[in-house]
Design a protein around this ligand. Structure first.
Ligand SMILES: CC(C)(COP(=O)(O)OP(=O)(O)OC[C@H]1O[C@@H](n2cnc3c(N)ncnc32)[C@H](O)[C@@H]1OP(=O)(O)O)[C@@H](O)C(=O)NCCC(=O)NCCS
Length: 188
């Protein structure tokens, strides 16, 4: 855990904190509300995405670690089983090389724009891995982007995180599924 941050799961009790962070960023990506990995994917509008995310939260079909700086929610890391988070980018390429499916996958990761570069995403991933461990552990996949040997990328584009973030937790490259995207795996 990084200095000073605490974590809590996204639940009905923490929904307002999560919603406040998303709304402060115009819904994130114009209103995705972190719905892209969920079974129904993106809805027709930001309001539809918000409602769908809220429904998942209320019925407990989302796993997401929220990071707090004091009382302020400043970031999150989404994780879950492949059935809970079926839609990864580059799915066709992913399917070509797939062997044993992982027990868990990490989906979207997000840090509030004023809080980047200070370990929030690291705290979020640490919290997600702790929760996975507490739920029995197993193989975890992440789908981050390579940043080395590539022009510098603004954080805004790294919706599944940079490779360095996961390497720091012992994830190793499994295979490449896009020009700059890798499947990385760790056993927890
Ligand atoms: C990518 C992102 C999550 C990083 O969050 P952060 O809190 O700034 O990351 P941290 O400070 O915890 O850094 C973690 C590691 O990633 C690396 N990193 C962070 N941003 C990076 C960047 N833009 N390029 C290269 N590496 C980067 C850090 O150097 C650090 O590596 P280290 O441990 O080897 O030093 C953040 O920029 C972000 O939220 N971008 C938008 C993503 C998005 O749109 N998500 C939508 C989800 S629906």
């Amino acid at each position: 855990m990084s200095d000073g941050y605490t974590t809590r799961p996204l639940t009905s009790e923490t929904w307002d904190d999560f919603a406040g962070l998303v709304e402060a960023h115009n819904g994130v990506w114009g209103g995705c509300w972190c719905m892209g990995f969920h079974p129904e994917g993106f809805g027709d509008s930001p309001d539809a995405n918000r409602a769908a995310k809220r429904t998942h939260t209320e019925r407990g079909s989302v796993h997401q670690v929220l990071v707090y700086d004091g009382d302020e929610c400043v970031g999150w890391c989404q994780y879950g089983s492949p059935a809970e988070l079926p839609h990864i980018k580059n799915a066709a390429k992913y399917a070509q090389g797939a062997a044993e499916p992982p027990r868990w996958r990490i989906g979207c990761i997000f840090t509030g724009s004023k809080h980047r570069g200070r370990g929030v995403a690291s705290a979020a991933v640490a919290g997600a891995l702790d929760a996975i461990r507490a739920a029995g552990g197993g193989v975890v996949e992440a789908y981050p982007e390579q940043t080395v040997d590539r022009p510098p990328q603004r954080g805004a584009y790294l919706h599944t995180g940079p490779e360095e973030l996961y390497a720091g937790f012992g994830f190793v490259r499994d295979r490449q599924i896009a020009k700059w995207r890798w499947v990385m795996r760790a056993e927890v």
